[in-house]
Structure formats: C-alpha cells, structure tokens
Design a protein around this ligand. Structure first.
Ligand SMILES: Nc1ncnc2c1ncn2[C@@H]1O[C@H](COP(=O)(O)OP(=O)(O)OP(=O)(O)O)[C@@H](O)[C@H]1O
Length: 786
C-alpha cells in the first residue's frame, strides 16, 4: 500500500487577505460532489495557467479538525488494534498549520489529530475490555522526543535536565534505530495522556519567527504503544505521530543568529528527507537516510503498517514557491510503497520465543517487527513489471497544467499506452471520458493526466520555444529542487547525479558503511561516557554506572573504564551500606562494617561480573582505591584528550599526546559540561553544609596535580600570581579575585569566610572565565608544571 497523502489548506490568518488566495481544493473529473482530491495552484510565471496535483484527499480552508480526523485518521485505529502500526506525519512550510493539525487547540472542536487519536484508542480499548469481560487488557504507554538542531531530546525531560549532546541513537539492525535512554510513560486514561502530553509540549522548542509566532523549532515524534494482553497472548502495535518543523526561507523569516542555526538544521534535515523520498521513488540503491537524525529515527525506508502524510498548505501568494515545492515533495511521497505487516502476537510463557518477540516489541523506538524497507511501488508490486519498465518511456511528473479555458476532447500524446487495470492508487487526474482503469500509476512515475490538448499551454511564454511538456516539468522540478537546495545551504543535487556503475556504487556503499559503522560505534560510546560523566557530576551514581555499562561494549577491554565502574560501584555500595548502617544502628546498633559485605554482594552484580571477566579480581581490588581517585580525571584532567581518544577508543593507543596549545582540546566539550552542571562556587567553611557529601568527594578526588595546582593559584586570590596564568592577564585576574571576594561577602551558604573554587567547573562559572578560559589555564600549566 502506498503512503496515503492528504493535503490541507489552512484558512487565512489575520494578516492575510482574500485577494492573495491562490491555492484551492478542486474535484477531480468524475469525483463525488462531497470530495475533493486536487490542489490547484497557478504557474508562478503565468497566472493564467494552473498546476494541479492530485492526492488521496484535499481539504479546503473550511475543513474542520473533526472532518480531517474522522476521514483520514480514525480508520487507522481499528488497524492498530489488529496489530498493525500506524504512522501519521504532518509536512509543510513553516506557518502552514502542522502543529494546529497535529496538536490543535484546547477547545473540543479545535483538538487536533493526536488528542483525537488517543481518545479513540482509549474508547476502543475500553470497549474491547468490556466486550471480552476483561479477558483482554489494553495498556497504553508513550514516548515523546524532539529532534532539535540534529540532536535528540526526551520531551518528558525539562530542558534544564537535558544532556546537551542529546540522546544517542543506536542502530538495531535492518536500518532501524533506537534512541537510548528515551523514557516510556504509561498512561492509562485520556486524562493521564493529556497531562503528560501538555507537559511535554511545554518542553518543546518553539520560538517566534516572522512567519509564525509559535514556530516549532524541532521535529516532534510521539510514539504511542498499545499492548493488548489476552491470557498469555500479547500483541503490541505502535502509532507514531510526527509534527515536523517546517522548511524556512530565511529571506522571509528574517531569522537571526540562533533562529538561523535552528533553521539551517531544520532545512538540512528536511532536505535529506526530500532526498530520501526522491531516492526511494527513483529506485536508487542508496537512500541517504543516515545523513540526518530525523531520517534515521523515522526509519525512512523501514516503515510498515499504515502511513498517512498530511501536507499542510497556506492558501496565499506569499508562499507560492514554497507551496509548489511542498506539493512536489508530496507527489513523490505518495509513490512510496509501505508494507502492511501485522505485528504478530507473542506468548508470555513460551520460553525463548516470548522473550525474543518481547524484546522486539519492547522499545517504542524500534517498535516494529518484520519491517520491510520502503520501496518504489513498482518493485514491490510485481517483479514481472521490471521487464515492462524497460519498455516504458520516461514517466512524466504527476501534476498537470491547466489553462483558464480548457477545451475537452484531446489527450496528451505522450501518455503511456501501457496500462495496468488493477492499480488505482495514486490515479491521476483524468478527463471525464477516461476511465480509471486506463491509468498506470504503478509503472514508474505515474502518467500525466489526460486532458484537452488545447488546455495545455506548455508554458511557452516562460519556457524555451519548442520545449515539450516533459521538458517543462523537468525544468520546474529542477528549479524547485534548486531552491530547496539553496535554502538548505547545500550545494549539491538539484539534478540526479549521473548513473554510477553498479559495482562502483556497491563498493562506495560498503565503504560508507564501514566508515559510518566505526564512527557511529565510537561516537555512541563517547556519548554514553559523556552522559555518565554528567550523571556523576550530579552525583547520580547509579545512572552514571548504567551509562558506563552501556559504554563498555563500545570500548572492549578498556581497563580504565572498568576501574571507573568498579569505583562507582564501590561508592554506591558504600553509600547504601552507610544508609543501611545508619538505619540498622538506629534500630539495634549493628555495625556498618558488618553490614557492608552483604550490601556489596547484593549491589549491581552484573557489573561485578563484567569486571571480573575482564581482569583478575586481585588486580581489580587493589586498583579500586586508586580508581576512586582517577574517577573524574579522564575528561577534565591531565590526560583528558588522550583519555577521550585513547583510553576509550576501540583502537588502543600506545602514545599519549599532549594537547596542542592553540587548538581547542578534546576536553573542551567535557569542560563545558562540567561547568554547566557544576554547583556554584562554595565557601569552604560552609561547604560541608551546602554540598552533598558525594559532591564534595567528587570535587576533591577529581584533582590531579595540575588541577590542584591551578585551583591553588586561583584560591590564593593573589592577582600577581593569577595574572601569570595562560590567557588571564591583570584585568581578568582582578575580575577573578573580585568574584571570589564577592563570594566571601555573600556570607552564609553562598560564601563568607573564604570563597573558594573547588573544581574546574566552579572555576569556569566565575564571571568572564568560561570553558575556554579554564582550558587555556590548564594547558598553560601543563607546559609549566608537568
Ligand atoms: N486549520 C486551521 N484553522 C485555524 N487556524 C489555523 C489552521 N491551521 C493553522 N492555523 C493557524 O495558523 C498559524 C500557524 O499554524 P501552526 O503553528 O500550526 O503552523 P506550523 O506549520 O506548525 O508552523 P511551524 O513549522 O513554524 O511550527 C497558527 O496561528 C494556527 O492557529
């Protein structure tokens, strides 16, 4: 089944006027009176000619949220409960109504597709439970993520708690991906859902642009998992609803700075999406879905079940070219074939089988089993057709050109004669006389619609004399692609590249895969490490340990990592023992030391096992104490860059490299994180009261000689010493001392009686210092002291 594409033209906004309306919904010849499936838009170069694009349905300005949902989305609910997945996504230029369509307003009438879908799901679930006298139970859970500046964030996490690098994406085979660490929340009622959804939407990145006061700056992906359990049989299906950020023409948005960066990222990912769709519809071997996180996560090329794309359009002239480009994109999308594959139920008790299937269904990020790559309709319909294709002339674009004065009776001469009477989807506009059976939408590009010859003006006024309709269409497609490419700040690919010999392409793909594989492996591992580090800085030791565990497979045999985990484990155990000890001693005076052994035995056994596997226990024990001291060094301290590249690299390095004095070292991002997450500088006298014991311990043990030396110099508050540090100078030194004195003066928890910095993070937080400053000072000291 092909992707179902429906277009929706939004009503005029306050600032827009009727006179500027250029896009409207029209009926295809022979279409029922209450249905429209054609978008009409004038030729930008000649208003008296119109392009017509046909989709599965087209909704005009007056269409309500309820109509759109009832006709287009509601039918998918029953498929969901039969075990199929459903994917709905909104595509359109910024300000055309994607968020309005997907999320909608607060009032009942204004509610968008997503809340309506959930409402239907709950209703159906209750009915199913009731009809089965509770023999079937339905559970609903959801995850919600946004892709912002090509980084993935969990929308259930408030922005201040997010890891700046975002969540890592892991390939789980067959082109599918999983977002690691994405939370999945159960929501047992519509009320639960609304609460979670509203809260999460507050966390979504939106900003005002010239074209939209509440412009979404990210792609938002909501996954709703439905689990039906009847006895031992469990059936899982997933509905994904995606509100894409809209492509932006920054000449029109007036975007500056941050908005420009966002915009570039939005445009780039949409450009990749368009290239993927183009590649799929052109049956190209290489689909560049790995070039953006959005296309990776959408598993473009791997979708199954039902896919509905809602194409949002603005009706007015100011969007003219953008609208044409969206229409072209949608035109290609509708030719993509999606396999309807049912998610088979699995059985809880069947050993092995249940587990495997359960795992497959486990993640919302990789919900589907048996996913089949999207492919052009042609190849998936019938392999015999391959033979036919060779004889089919180059297919035409799937839109038509109408003039104001159509005359009936004649048809395009280039319309392919080869027809397939069984295929109707994507049937093109036809003249009233033509029957649907004459269309051949499955043979490569769909045929041009049949229409009166006189009505086609072949764009003569704007095109080279003698150009055929085919040439003109190619020209338009090229122009639109060029505009897109320009906007995405890319130089490439407005035209398909020249055919590469198959063998060369195969080798290129293999090479690309190899490089990507290595890069992804390593980047993923490093991301886990970063997250571990951040958790550690926040004293979230259990989470830090989990992240190290996830990192371990990426750096097999890395002793330092193992030591870190071991140290962390000790710390967790000690903390637990301490808590238990306190509690027990309060109850009956049992000694902490006696208790500790048993606690240690019970904590995080898997990690101990992993550690033991990797190095002899004896060495491990003897190294643990040292490991506690080493714990934070890897990223901030002495061997920071080497640690990043060497210790945790899949390829062990023998030589340690010193950071280049001028270049930004590899520790910079880590310092950035450290500074971002470090507590404010504290008064040493009151530190015990103000920071947790763990935090303090971390701050203290994290000091290598170089860091200690640096902090000692800073804490002297002696301008003459501080100014000698690299990149400081007298003025900055004075500012630093002033900051420290301010801490003194603040008194209480914030300072008083000796404001000091105890970590590099705190130093970086001092006014005017920053990541770069700390880095400079460190590097300078590295050369002086070590
Ligand atoms: N069908 C509609 N009925 C009424 N108002 C609409 C409709 N569609 C869009 N709007 C209004 O148009 C404006 C822009 O819509 P919206 O924010 O949904 O656009 P968008 O495509 O999501 O933009 P962006 O990509 O910038 O987030 C909003 O004020 C919205 O209320």
């Amino acid at each position: 089944m092909s992707v179902r594409v429906v277009a929706r033209i939004r009503p005029l906004l306050k600032a827009e006027i009727e006179r500027d309306v250029i896009v409207d919904a029209a009926r295809a010849p022979g279409e029922a009176e209450d249905k429209t499936s054609v978008v009409r838009i004038p030729n930008p170069k000649n208003d008296s000619e119109a392009f017509s694009f046909q989709f599965n349905s087209v909704y005009g300005q007056e269409a309500t949220q309820a109509q759109l949902f009832d006709n287009e989305v509601s039918p998918t609910v029953k498929h969901l409960f039969k075990g199929y997945d459903a994917t709905l996504f909104a595509y359109g230029v910024t300000g055309t109504g994607k968020t309005h369509t997907m999320r909608g307003g607060k009032s009942l009438a204004e509610r968008g597709v997503i809340p309506r879908l959930l409402s239907s799901i709950y209703r159906k679930a209750r009915k199913l439970e009731k009809d089965s006298a509770d023999a079937t139970q339905v559970e609903v859970s959801m995850s919600y993520q946004e892709i912002y500046n090509d980084r993935v964030f969990d929308l259930f996490e408030p922005p201040e708690k997010r890891t700046p690098a975002g969540l890592p994406i892991r390939d789980v085979g067959n082109g599918k991906t999983q977002v690691v660490g994405l939370t999945e929340r159960p929501c047992s009622s519509l009320k639960d859902f609304e609460q979670l959804y509203d809260q999460a939407n507050v966390n979504r990145s939106t900003s005002a642009t010239k074209l939209n006061a509440h412009s979404s700056r990210s792609h938002a992906i909501l996954c709703v998992k439905i689990t039906q359990t009847t006895g031992d049989e469990v059936r899982v299906s997933t509905a994904s609803a995606i509100d894409l950020a809209g492509p932006e023409d920054n000449r029109r948005t007036d975007n500056k700075n941050e908005r420009m960066v966002e915009s570039a990222s939005i445009n780039k990912s949409l450009f990749v999406l368009a290239q993927c769709v183009e590649a799929i519809s052109r049956k190209q071997a290489r689909i560049p879905y790995r070039e953006s996180k959005m296309t990776r996560i959408l598993s473009l090329g791997q979708n199954n079940g039902f896919t509905v794309m809602i194409l949002n359009l603005a009706p007015v002239r100011s969007y003219h070219l953008d609208t044409l480009s969206s229409l072209n994109f949608a035109n290609r999308t509708k030719k993509i074939e999606v396999k309807e594959v049912e998610n088979l139920p699995f059985y809880r008790e069947a050993p092995g089988k249940g587990k495997i299937d359960g795992e497959k269904h486990n993640s919302l990020n990789a919900p589907a089993v048996h996913r089949q790559p999207l492919r052009p309709k042609l190849l998936s319909q019938n392999s015999h057709l391959k033979d036919i294709i060779a004889n089919v002339p180059r297919p035409a674009k799937q839109f038509a050109v109408f003039s104001d004065k159509p005359r009936a009776g004649q048809r395009l001469s280039h319309q392919p004669a080869n027809t397939n009477p069984t295929q109707h989807s994507g049937v093109l506009l036809k003249s009233p006389k033509r029957t649907s059976s004459e269309a051949i939408p499955t043979l490569g590009r769909p045929s041009k619609i049949s229409r009166p010859n006189d009505s086609i003006r072949s764009f003569q006024p704007t095109a080279e004399p003698g150009m055929t309709a085919d040439d003109i269409e190619a020209l338009i497609a090229r122009k639109v692609n060029e505009a897109l490419a320009e906007r995405a700040d890319q130089t490439a690919i407005a035209e398909p590249t020249a055919a590469v010999p198959e063998e060369v392409q195969r080798r290129l793909d293999a090479l690309e895969k190899r490089v990507e594989g290595q890069e992804t492996e390593r980047a993923e591992g490093l991301q886990y490490l970063l997250m571990a580090k951040q958790h550690q800085l926040r004293s979230e030791h259990v989470s830090a340990l989990k992240m190290y565990q996830l990192a371990l497979p990426h750096f097999p045999g890395n002793e330092k990592l193992v030591r870190k985990m071991s140290a962390l484990q000790d710390r967790i155990a000690a903390k637990k023992a301490e808590r238990e000890g306190k509690r027990v001693s309060a109850e009956g005076g049992v000694l902490l030391a006696e208790k500790r052994g048993s606690v240690l035995g019970g904590v995080e056994l898997p990690v101990v096992a992993a550690v033991v596997e990797m190095e002899p226990r004896r060495r491990l024990v003897s190294s643990r104490r040292k490991a506690v001291v080493d714990e934070d060094e890897g990223y901030h301290e002495e061997n920071g860059p080497e640690d990043d590249d060497g210790d945790f690299s899949p390829r062990p390095r023998t030589k340690l490299r010193r950071p280049l004095p001028k270049a930004r070292s590899a520790t910079a991002p880590l310092l950035e994180l450290a500074i971002k997450h470090s507590p404010p500088p504290v008064d040493s006298d009151t530190a015990d009261n103000d920071t947790s014991e763990d935090e303090l311990a971390t701050a203290l043990v994290a000091q290598t000689p170089r860091t200690k030396h640096l902090l000692d110099i800073i804490n002297t508050k002696d301008v003459s010493q501080i100014k000698l540090l690299k990149g400081v100078g007298a003025k900055k030194a004075e500012a630093i001392v002033n900051c420290l004195c301010d801490l003194d003066d603040d008194g209480g928890g914030e300072g008083g009686g000796g404001g000091r910095v105890m970590t590099l993070g705190q130093l970086g937080k001092l006014k005017g210092v920053g990541v770069k400053g700390v880095e400079n000072m460190r590097v300078g000291l590295g050369r002086m002291v070590v």
